[in-house]
Ligand binder design. Structure first.
Ligand code: AMP
Ligand code: MN
Ligand code: MN
Ligand code: MN
Length: 286
């Protein structure tokens, strides 16, 4: 299926959200792994973008500023990436700042539940681990790991903090329509993230009724969809590619690298779209 050299990775996280590497460490790693073009897509924050832009220019790697938002659709959570997000947008920044505040109180609620379940971790420690980045469940997983309750972050999601576990507390999300329109209004290009379930992220469900939802999302402003993603198998990629062609969506993707020590996490450069598809994204922006 991947008969081209992977030279682009459009889905990466830093320590400004739930990744562990700084933008500099991440970009240097991407360069070492022969990537020509990358996008950093932290959750609910644009804080890493200006540093990343600077470093990318220094080490000569092409850089697209990005962001990842969660959105609700019926009972489920869907993620949307926004490429070429403009950080100088007070309307967007106000919403992102509300999301991050909610991540703090929601993180504290999760820790409270875990403590009631007999897992002795503290929210102070979770905050330390997050080092000021958007707080997420991976930081809580890290705290559980340090205390010896689990061996990998994935195990935390399987046993305690996955969407269907006792320790789960939802976070504040906009509707799918509002999320896509928020990005469009910002000038960002909305792309549907990881539409199918993935073996590396247990508990994550595929989007039900995807083929019916795509044309609706397209009306709202969707321009692309992740296909070359994470651990997706060839048959999954083929199915998505057919859908992307049917609805004229740009095939995107990347490793979704967080550097948190998950057992089967792909690394930067392991997976990503061909450069001719990325060019279509670049052309839409120009
Ligand atoms: P949150 O944003 O706090 O709801 O946490 C979701 C984040 O946890 C995702 O962005 C992934 O980084 C990570 N994640 C979700 N599911 C899993 C899983 N099954 N195993 C490991 N990490 C996961
Ligand atoms: Mn994440
Ligand atoms: Mn995601
Ligand atoms: Mn992601």
């Amino acid at each position: 299926m991947t008969s081209y050299k992977v030279e682009a990775d459009l889905h990466l996280h830093t320590n400004h959200s739930d990744g562990t590497l700084t933008p500099k460490e991440l970009l240097v790693l991407c360069k070492k792994r022969n990537l020509k073009l990358v996008s950093i897509t932290d959750h609910d924050t644009t804080a890493g973008i200006s540093e990343a832009k600077q470093i990318a220019a220094d080490i000569e790697i092409d850089f697209i500023p990005g962001i990842e938002l969660g959105a609700y659709w019926e009972e489920s959570e869907i993620h949307i990436l926004g490429y070429y997000v403009n950080p100088d947008d007070s309307h967007l920044q106000k919403i992102l700042s509300d999301f991050r505040d909610n991540r703090i109180s929601r993180g504290a609620s999760i820790v409270k539940k875990l403590r009631e379940m007999g897992l002795n971790i503290s929210f102070e420690r979770v905050e330390e681990i997050s080092k000021g980045g958007s707080i997420g469940r991976p930081h809580i997983a890290q705290a559980l790991m340090e205390s010896g309750y689990i061996k990998t972050p994935k195990e935390a999601f399987d046993k305690f903090i996955g969407d269907r576990n006792e320790g789960f507390v939802p976070r504040k999300l906009l509707s799918l329509e509002d999320s896509i329109k928020l990005l469009t209004r910002n000038g960002a290009l909305p792309v549907l993230a990881h539409p199918l379930m993935s073996s590396a992220k247990s508990g994550r469900k595929g989007i039900l009724g995807l083929s019916k939802l795509l044309p609706i999302m397209k009306e709202w402003g969707l321009v692309g969809m992740e296909i070359y993603y994470g651990t997706y198998r060839n048959n999954q990629k083929r199915k998505l590619l057919d859908l992307a062609n049917e609805y004229s969506l740009i095939p995107c993707g990347g490793s979704d690298y967080h550097a948190v020590g998950n057992p089967i996490e792909p690394e930067p450069g392991d997976v990503g779209p061909p450069l001719y598809d990325v060019d279509r994204l670049i052309e839409l922006h120009e």
